[in-house]
Design a protein around this ligand. Sequence first.
Ligand code: AHR
Length: 494
Amino acid sequence: AQNHIKLTDQQSEVTINKHIYGHFAEHLGRCIYDGFYVGETNDSISNTAGVRNDVIEALKKLQIPNLRWPGGCFADTYHWKDGIGPKENRPSIVNNWWGGVTEDNSFGTHDFLNMCELLGTEAYLAGNVGSGEVQELADWVQYVNFSGKSPMSDLRRENGREEPWNVKFWGVGNEAWGCGGNMTAEYYSDIYRKYATFMADWDNSGGLYRIASGASSADYHWTETLMKKVPSHLMKGVALHHYAVINWNQKGSSTDYTDEQYFKTMQSAWFMNELVEKHTAIMDKYDPQGKVDLVVDEWGGWYEVDPGTNPGFLYQQNTMRDAMIAGMTLNIFNNHAKRVKMANLAQTINVLQAVILTKGKDMILTPTYHVMEMYKVHQDAILIPIELQSDNYKYGEDAIPALSASASKDKQGKVHISVVNVDPNERKKVSLDLGAVHVKKVAGRILTTNDLREHNTFEQPKTVLPKEYNEAKLQGNRLEVDIPAHSVVVLELI
Ligand code: AHR
C-alpha cells in the first residue's frame, strides 16, 4: 500500500499550546525524594536548595512548560500546611497511597514553587478535595497568590517569601471517581462548583485556570456531566487520564515484552486518539465556543512491573516502546490542539514513563526524554493540519495504523513534521506532499534502535540517542522518506 502524508493548505490558526508538553511529579516512590530532591544537606550530589543540579539542567533543555504536583492520588491526602515553615517542625505523616512510607514533608510548597522557578516552568498545583476542606484549598490559593496583607500572605512572608508566586494552574482534586473519593460524576460536579467558587482569583485578572478532575479513559458520562453542570467561568479545563497498558489484569516487564504485549501497548496508546475525539465531541456540544479546554493531565505507559505497585513504586525502565508511545501520543495531541491545550506525562523521574532515571549520583536520560526534546519544536507553533494514509500494523485479528504524524510552523516560519512508525518489523516508504509549503532544504533527526527493547542503562547511558536523518529526498514539492521500523523522525523544512 501507499503511505502518504499531505500538508493541507488550510489556515488552521490553531496554536499547539506549549502546555501540551507538560510534566507531572508526585510524592510516589522515588519521583520527589531521591529523584528531584536529595536534601539541602546532601554534599555528595550537587544540588540547589536540595534539588539535583543535573536534573535541573536536563529538564531546562526540554523547556518543560508546566509541572503538576503533588499528585495524583497523593494530592487528595495532602494537607499543604504540613509542608511549610521550618523543616524541623514539619510533621511526619504516612503516605497511604504509595506504600505507607513515612513522608517527612521536607519538600513542600516553597520547595516546589522555588524549584519551578529554577526550572523556568509554570507550576500546576493539585488541591485536596477528597479528604480536605473548602477553606483549606481557598487558603492555599491565598497563600500562594495574594500580594496584599492577609492571614495567609503574612504567613507566607513569615516563611521567607515576600512576593506571591502567582500560580495560574490549579487542579480541584484528582481522579474523584477513584482514589480522590470514589464520587459519582453528579456529586463531584456539585462540590466542584463549591470548591472553585472559593478559590479566589486574587488579581481579578481572570487568570486562575481551574481544572476539574476528569474522566478515566472512556467514561464519557463523566465529561458530559461536568460540561452540563459546571459553568465555564468556574472551569477552564476538564481533565482526562489514560495510560497505555498491556492489559490492566496482566503484569508486564519493562524491558522483556513479547510481540503481543508490544502490540497491545501500542493499541492502548492509539486508543488516545478515539478518546480525545469523543471527549472533544461532548465538549463541542456543550461549549461550541471552546471556552473549556481538554487537559490530559496523566498519560504514558504503565506496565505494573513485578513486584508491582508496592514496593516497586511504579519504577520501570523506559525503552524504544516508550519512545513509540510518546511520539504517537504527542502527534495525537498536536492534531487535536484546538481542544487539547494541556497535558502531563506521568511521571518525570523514576516513576512510570519517566524522562529521567536516577541511581545514587548517576542520572540517565530515557528514550522518552529524547522524543520530548525532538518534539519541543512544536511548542507554541501553528498547527498545519495533515491528511494521512498509512499501512496497518497488524497482530492477529487486530490492527492499528503503523504511522502517525503531525506538522507545525514555528514563529520563524520553519515547518516541522514528526513521523512515527510503530511497526516493529517493517520500514515504511512515505510520500510527503508539501502542498503550498516551499522548501529549499530538509534537515532531520531520528530516534531508533536495532532492537525494539533497547534502552539506556546506568552503565551504557548513550545506547538510545537521536541521530541526524538524511533519508528525505526532495522532488519538487514532494518529499520521499524512508522511516525505519520502530522509529521517530522529526523533519525540519527550511
Ligand atoms: O500516576 C500514578 C497514579 O495514576 C496517580 O497517582 C493517579 O492519579 C493515577 O491513577
